[in-house]
Design a protein around this ligand. Sequence first.
Ligand code: ATP
Ligand code: MG
Length: 481
Amino acid sequence: MIKIMTIPKEVQSVLEKLKKSGFDAYAVGGCVRDFLLRKEPKDWDICTNAKPEQIKKIFPKSFYENKFGTVTVQVKSKKPSLKEIQITTYRIDEKYTDKRHPDKVSFTGNLKDDLARRDFTINAMALDSKEAIDYFNGQDDLEKRIIRAVGSPDERFNEDALRMLRAVRLAVELDFKIEPETFKAVQKNAGWLKAIAKERIRDELIKIIMSEEPEQGVELLRETNLLKYVIPELEKGVGVSQNRHHIYTIYQHSILSFKYAAQRKYNLEVRLAALFHDIAKPQTKMGEGPESTFYNHDQLGARFSAAILERLKFPKKTIEKVANLVRNHMFVYGVDEVTEAAVRRLLRRVGPENIDDLINLRVADRLGSGVPKAVPYKLRHLQYVIEKVSKDPISVKMLKINGDEVMEILNIPPSPKVGFILSALLSEVLDEPEKNTKEYLKKRIKELNKLSDKELKEKNKKVKEKKEEVDLEIKQKHWVK
Ligand code: ATP
Ligand code: MG
């Protein structure tokens, strides 16, 4: 028996209220699974034999707006996951003809029936304050760390094909194995995923991608035949060798880059870009062996990535970001090849807000190629130049006065002297920024005008020193010379 810890008081109180009114009440599903695993549940679901109308009477602060018997109760709690608790009337799903929606949902007075319609044994347990109700040996499977369908896996996946994707998602999230019969049934029924709404597929896929070891999820999708119905484009790279720069096949390299993106906790877009950056390599490969090329795979890959994500109904912002990263993943960053002007162009092309993600993508790409250093000197150097060109440069433009005003105040024609005076003002303002006011600068111009050119030049040195100081700080930050 797994030791039961305490159920949050917010949940306890909802359970109590239902029981006081004479109904059954249990926590049920994913929260019971997580609770028994000593993991914090994402949300708490409660099931009961009370009908929605009866639940609403007991909880005035609630709303009921679906046909499945779920009432959402608002609860006072500091924890966001406990502010809303869903209470669902015991129900059974009757006959699925379209592989995704029960033809009819009907209420039942029986907890066991409600648990029997759930997908996996570890998700089919109920819990009250004293004990776990476990008709399908969910606790055994929790201990053995396996995902097993409730009842006949073949039938269960025929009823609702999304369950197959949920099996993979739960297996990677929990680091569980899919039980062999259940596994075989997924392989057999994988094609039914076609009947499932793309939004539901997307939501499970995102959970896989954001898990700790999502590359195992993609591998599992492939082994279960599901990948064909989610991202068939990825399979085109299986077994396709690259050139002398690569030790891995296209698919292996994509999976590894993706793995490292997740290991480094990069965001969704970078993870997707790491998985997709070479997605068009199979189509662009020219020649065989060490000299083969993949000309334009970045541009075409951006189009493929966008098409995949559009198909899966990802938000437009995500699609654009991932396509942008894939399109630009080949950027050059050799110390001698990259001028400040080139870095400015890169920033304009990618957008300054995306540059860190692009560098992260390169890091994942490098690690996925099996190179020894994730962030080599030349990449740090690029980061240094990016920061340098992104920072507001130290210049006379910072002054609250300009050259025209200097000429007007001193009544002098354009000459090097105007520049010297501005520069001298800048050197003072760098030391004491509060002096950067029109009144002060106007007054100071007249005093500086009395100095000789040589004395003015002397003051300029300070500006140069300050610029070097800032540059040195950025260099040190990025460990470059
Ligand atoms: P998570 O921790 O991500 O919320 P979960 O298992 O709680 O995972 P939910 O979508 O919140 O997933 O579903 C709650 C419960 O409803 C599940 O634990 C399971 O008992 C049941 N359930 C969800 N989807 C299905 C399905 N497609 N078929 C059968 N039962 C399902
Ligand atoms: Mg849940």
